[in-house]
Design a binder for this molecule. Structure first.
Ligand code: PEP
Ligand code: CO
Length: 465
């Protein structure tokens, strides 16, 4: 079912040739999963060359800085908070959505810094998360058979066969939307994001139903006092000039997009993907001889690797050897997404094998992708309790293996959506229709995200106090 594995081979390789070695399009000779062929290869070639000439979205030194921070997270000296939309759409590139997303991520990180006492590395699933793997190639709508929607970077959500064909213009459109998003996120975080200096304005009433409410209120009070104190001793400083670090990431799925912006930079070794600080290898594109691994092995960026069903340990070890032969610290984030009732069975063997092979990785937990289910009314959702359970189980297995869980990977939004059930506010299945926005997977909303940050920090403390 889950295929569209075709030889990519759709683009003329022009001037990358450097012997027979790796170059940004060397994957083009391989089979590629999860990317239907573009019908118009001429238009593809044109869009590719245009994208290739456009300026980068980020810089190589930012990529290197993130790698250093991830090396700290691998050691347990900092913690990775990666989060954002399941799928961004071009339409969702609005000022409100970006502000809300940055705000919730920063508030979550404040909670975690306060509760855990270590730096938090913030990485958004943002400014490029426009392409989606699917488990089925086709769907039938009103009797018409069409390719599945694969994210705005590839085709249109509109249900007709023509709109569902991969369209190369979308490579440029995605670049534009990503650039607009990054521009705004940088402006907000460069100035310290003054909104955050008022935790008393965080909307906390929802926590009243949580058994930890007292503790939570106390924590916000302390953060508030700390900010006032800092403000008093360094007047005008905190509100205006403290830059907060915020990095971007997305799944490296549409390799035409990734490779067109993959470059060498002056006075540095190697090639950099300059569309995002970090990219990840999804769970469905892990063919060891396939295009995605061929592409990822040539870039300097930190790389996430999803670890989930079919739980193929040998394949993962092969990927690690291929993507990080030098065992560079901070290079690989292993993002386990097993499902709350599978962690106990599978995680420890992965931890042991990776340790034995000497790979220095950041272990991160994605408690979202193994825990989706459809309600009786066929609404795709996730239970807050099961998400939390996967986090707890994952911490617990790492503890018993003498290993360190160095991060979490969450699908979330700063908006008041109703997509996941549970949490202190007790959203029930029959409330999902109130504000269900996602085109793809259900996300934690603002309140559920803050609550989760608090509960993650509590779990982390069990391993570190
Ligand atoms: C995702 O993170 O959006 C995703 C599709 O995850 P996975 O590849 O783990 O299924
Ligand atoms: Co998802």
């Amino acid at each position: 079912m889950s295929t569209i594995i075709k030889k990519a081979n759709q683009i003329e390789i022009t001037d990358y040739m450097e012997g027979d070695g790796w170059h940004p399009l060397s994957w083009n000779e391989k089979e590629i999963a999860q990317l239907p062929p573009y019908p118009d290869t001429k238009a593809l070639q044109k869009a590719y060359q245009e994208l290739r000439a456009l300026p980068p979205l980020i810089t190589s030194w930012e990529i290197e800085a993130l790698k250093d921070k991830l090396a700290d997270a691998a050691e347990g000296n900092s913690f990775l908070l990666q989060g954002g939309d399941c799928a961004e759409t071009f339409e969702s590139c609005t000022s409100d959505k970006l502000v809300n997303m940055l705000k919730v991520m920063l508030q979550m990180s404040f909670i975690m810094i306060h509760e855990m006492g270590i730096p938090i590395v913030r990485v958004g699933r943002v400014a490029g998360q426009y392409a989606k793997p699917r488990s089925k190639d086709f769907e039938v709508v009103n009797g018409e058979k069409m390719l599945n929607y694969r994210g705005d970077l590839i085709n249109s959500y509109m249900p007709n066969a023509k709109a569902r064909q991969p369209d190369p213009i979308r490579l440029l459109k995605a670049y534009e939307k990503a650039a607009l998003s990054i521009n705004f996120l940088r402006a907000l975080s460069d100035e310290g994001f003054a909104d955050l200096q008022h935790p008393e304005q965080w909307e906390l009433d929802f926590m009243k139903n949580n058994e930890f409410y007292e503790e939570y209120a106390q924590m916000v009070n302390t953060i508030n006092k700390a900010i006032k104190f800092m403000d008093a001793i360094t007047p005008n400083k905190l509100n205006t000039s403290d830059k907060v670090d915020f990095y971007t990431s997305h799944e490296a799925l549409n390799l035409f997009y990734e490779s067109a912006q993959t470059r060498r930079v002056p006075r540095k070794q190697g090639w950099f993907n300059l569309t995002a600080h970090m990219v990840w290898l999804g769970n469905r594109t892990q063919q060891i001889d396939g295009a995605h691994i061929e592409y990822l092995k040539g870039i300097q960026n930190p790389i996430g690797i999803k670890v989930g069903p079919p739980f193929d340990l040998d394949n993962l070890l092969g990927i690690l050897d291929t993507l990080n032969p030098a065992h560079e610290a901070g290079k690989i984030v292993l993002i386990t997404r097993m499902g709350h009732n599978k962690v106990k069975k599978h995680l420890s063997s992965f931890i042991r094998a990776v340790k034995q092979n000497g790979h220095p990785v950041v272990w991160s937990c994605d408690p979202m992708h193994g825990n989706a289910y459809a309600t009786g009314d066929n609404v795709k959702t996730r239970r807050f309790d099961e998400i939390l359970k996967e986090i707890k189980e994952t911490f617990s297995v790492h503890r018993s293996e003498g290993s360190n869980l160095g991060g979490v990977h969450l699908e979330l939004t700063g908006d008041n959506v109703t997509e996941c059930v549970g949490g202190a506010n007790g959203l029930k299945e029959d409330g999902l229709g109130i504000n269900y926005e996602t085109y793809c997977d259900p996300r934690l909303n603002y309140e559920q995200s803050l609550e989760m940050a608090f509960l993650v920090a509590k779990e982390w403390n069990k391993s570190h106090l």
